[in-house]
Design a protein around this ligand. Sequence first.
Ligand code: SF4
Ligand code: SF4
Ligand code: FES
Length: 282
Amino acid sequence: MNAITKNEAAQLDAPLINFLLNGRDVLGRATETLIEIAKREGVEIPHLCYMKGLDAVGNCRSCMVEIAGERVLAPSCCRAPTAGMKVSTDSERALRSQKLVLELLLSDMPETAYTRHNEVDAWARKLGVGKPRFEAREQVAHDLSHPAIAVNLDACIQCTRCLRACRDEQVNDVIGLAFRGDQAKIVFDMDDAMGASTCVACGECVQACPTGALMPAREAALAVPDKQVASVCPYCGVGCQLTYKVKDDKILLWKAVTARPTTGGCASRAATASTTRTIRSA
Ligand code: SF4
Ligand code: SF4
Ligand code: FES
């Protein structure tokens, strides 16, 4: 489908702005964020709470950049360019901040991996963050009450990507961030077990989670698939694209493809329910 959204159309209408990114002249639009422009220009900035397609909330602070003349660093996922701005993503100050945030988050990660693609680990490796110097937080119990989704909040960094995916993409609004300080945590409905909540198992939150805190049940995401097979969701007629991950001729799990025919999340809740259902025998 070639149609563009209203937001994308508004972006095209916004005037171009010239500014400096790591000493290089670049062009961006006032409707874009620094992190988006940097990505287009081939400049990587660590990010965790930012996810393309979800509203930016700027809560993890891993994407901080230095802007000449400004007293404090700015989160590049929430900041638009202005003409003549001088942005540095790799100055000593910006890098020190990015690494410290990653080290703090890393110190709270459990020893057990729940996914082969933990974004905190990946960014920490890229930035050369070693063993954290900080004590780990008190760990919370797992919630395995849901037949399709494992909740491992010991790996949760409270980025709220799952919350925004559930509320804004799927319009289900099951997930919340409750309590304060070191008691803050992701909850389902009124802090119910996920299996007893109003969750419809669409899987959008699992796909959004960067750390494995929400993962397909029975550790299906840890198995290395032999192959991936492109297909379409069998549920409704929209034809959302899926990728099946297959091992030993059995489907481990399947994931929605981002550039699917629907403009946002799946048109049908049950369609994405497939994305996290683990099937041990095809
Ligand atoms: S699976 Fe879907 S409905 Fe359930 S919590 Fe996640 S996003 Fe919300
Ligand atoms: S469960 Fe995952 S997506 Fe949700 S806040 Fe925690 S780390 Fe982020
Ligand atoms: S990615 Fe920018 S604050 Fe989290």
